[in-house]
Design a protein. Structure first.
Length: 209
């Protein structure tokens, strides 16, 4: 069974508190989502393997630890997931970026695919699937299913806000996927929005309605 990890770092909690506020504008919201993604990436990569490498400093020779040839990929679920990509790349700039496009049918609340493009060597990479919100879990489950069909075999899911219903669905459908959550909220309302949540993350990142 994979891990479900809820962030406890004070900076993450503080920044999530600010993006929850309805008066937080698009520019600040966008910047804070990126900053939260960086902090969460730091936590989610803590177990990456290291290897000893011989180098030469300006003073002399020594041995240092570097990532052990680990290939990484970031796959945002469009469109809100794009808001987390730059923050992730700040921490792991060599990662490749794929994209999964899904939108929610407003009547059935089920995700519908409209775009899919990932690195060809996805089976050789540790994949970070990112989306600010984990509500019903439908988009996350479908995105990860699509990635597995294309050969991805080591996947981590990261979100800033999650509902218990979404976590339960993702955990039941993909028990091998580690889940990193910024904050676990109370529930979904009748419209399948997270309560208390922060509204529509995509609209708040891009300034749309």
């Amino acid at each position: 069974m994979a891990q479900t990890i809820i962030m406890t770092h004070p900076l993450i909690k503080h920044k999530i508190g600010i993006i929850r506020r309805k008066e937080t504008g698009n520019r600040d919201f966008r910047a804070l989502v990126s900053e939260i993604a960086s902090l969460m990436c730091y936590e989610a990569t803590k177990d990456l393997p290291l290897e000893k490498v011989a180098i030469e400093t300006p003073i002399g020779k020594t041995e240092v630890e570097e990532l052990s040839g680990k290939k990484l990929a970031i796959v945002p679920i469009l469109r809100a997931g794009l808001g987390m990509v730059d923050g992730m790349l700040n921490m792991i700039p060599a990662a490749k970026v794929g994209h999964v496009g899904l939108y929610r049918d407003e009547s059935t609340h089920e995700p519908i695919e409209y775009y899919f493009k990932i690195p060809e060597d996805i089976s050789q990479r540790e994949v970070f699937v990112v989306d600010p919100m984990l509500a019903t879990g439908g988009s996350a489950v479908d995105a990860i299913t699509m990635l597995k069909k294309r050969g991805a075999n080591k996947i981590i899911f990261m979100c800033i806000i999650a509902a218990p219903e979404g976590v339960a669905k993702l955990r039941s459908m993909h028990p091998d996927v580690d889940i990193y959550i910024g904050a676990l909220d109370e529930k979904l309302n009748d419209d399948k929005y997270i309560v208390p949540g922060l509204g529509d993350a995509g609209d708040r990142i891009f300034g749309t309605k």
